[in-house]
Design a protein around this ligand. Structure first.
Ligand code: NAP
Length: 252
């Protein structure tokens, strides 16, 4: 990505930025001048906090905040802290997401609810609390997935949550347009992160065989799309889903 992108003076919050695509996002926005909030969800072993601190250590003036995006009170506290300590927000990337693959016959009600709560409700809570704080010219980018368009086998909860995120993106785009904030989604295909590494090898191979680009996606492929959508060059793009999938799915 060339240096026509400059986020100097901007405040960026990326949910789920302790690793994977989210960590790549804060590293890139920071490299292009933004001050970034690294968000992680606490776990009893403190591993996620350690991951978040490692990511934050590589950034200039970072703020690391523990917040479970599926918990509205926790989300409210995170955005209060951003307002208090950073004075506002310019860019929100709703990246936090989980996967619990099971066929419809086998998935438990608990797993279904957990996926919907983190992926969809988490995105909603963050948009709701960020909306009053987002400054004119602001940006929201939601992480959807190719699964939300195709409905991949064994991904009832995940695919449904991602399809709903696309709908929520369009609603939010209409509602936030009056404050000059754009809202878009990125729908990645198969990207090399912990999430995809946890899939069985034969599933990964099946994906690879169907990729016109001939390779699995890199974190930077998704990050570059977000940098563009958050730049002034995308000022007239809102309510859209940008597919980043090496041609795996070509949407009309
Ligand atoms: P990942 O490596 O599994 O990372 C997920 C991130 O989400 C972690 O930082 C995790 O934080 C965070 N998270 C999970 N639950 C959370 C919660 N309740 N509150 C706050 N943060 C939470 O996943 P990834 O591959 O980078 O995926 C990032 C996003 O892209 C997800 O929305 C995913 O659905 C989407 N996506 C990924 C792919 C792909 O191929 N990788 C494809 C399509 C879409 P902790 O480390 O603190 O647990």
């Amino acid at each position: 990505m060339s240096d026509w992108i400059d986020f100097t003076g901007k405040i960026v919050l990326v949910t789920g930025s302790s690793r994977g695509i989210g960590a790549g996002m804060v590293e890139a926005f920071n490299r292009f001048g933004a001050r970034c909030v690294v968000n992680y969800v606490g776990d009893p072993q403190g591993r996620n906090e350690a991951d978040a601190q490692r990511v934050a250590a590589g950034l200039k003036d970072p703020v690391a905040i523990e917040c479970d995006v599926s918990n509205p009170a926790s989300v409210a506290a995170m955005f209060d802290r951003v307002q208090r300590e950073l004075g506002g927000l310019d860019i929100l990337i709703n990246n936090a997401g989980i996967i619990r693959d099971q066929t419809i016959k086998k998935i438990s009600a608990e797993d279904w609810n957990t996926v919907l709560n983190v992926n969809l409700s988490g995105t909603f809570h963050c948009i709701q609390h960020a909306s009053p704080m987002l400054r004119p010219g602001g940006r929201v980018v939601n992480l959807a997935s190719v699964a939300g368009s195709l409905g991949l086998f064994g991904q009832a909860g995940y695919a449904s949550s991602k399809a709903a995120i696309m709908a929520l993106t369009r609603v939010a785009a209409r509602e936030l347009a009056r404050q000059r904030v754009t809202v878009n989604a990125i729908a990645p295909g198969f990207i090399d992160t912990d999430m995809t590494r946890s899939m069985p090898e034969e599933v990964s191979k099946k994906f690879l065989d169907q990729l016109p680009a001939g390779r699995i996606g890199k974190i930077d492929d998704v990050v570059d799309a977000a940098l563009f959508l958050c730049s002034p060059h995308a000022d007239y793009i809102t309510g859209q889903v940008l597919h980043v999938n090496g041609g795996f799915h070509m949407a009309g």
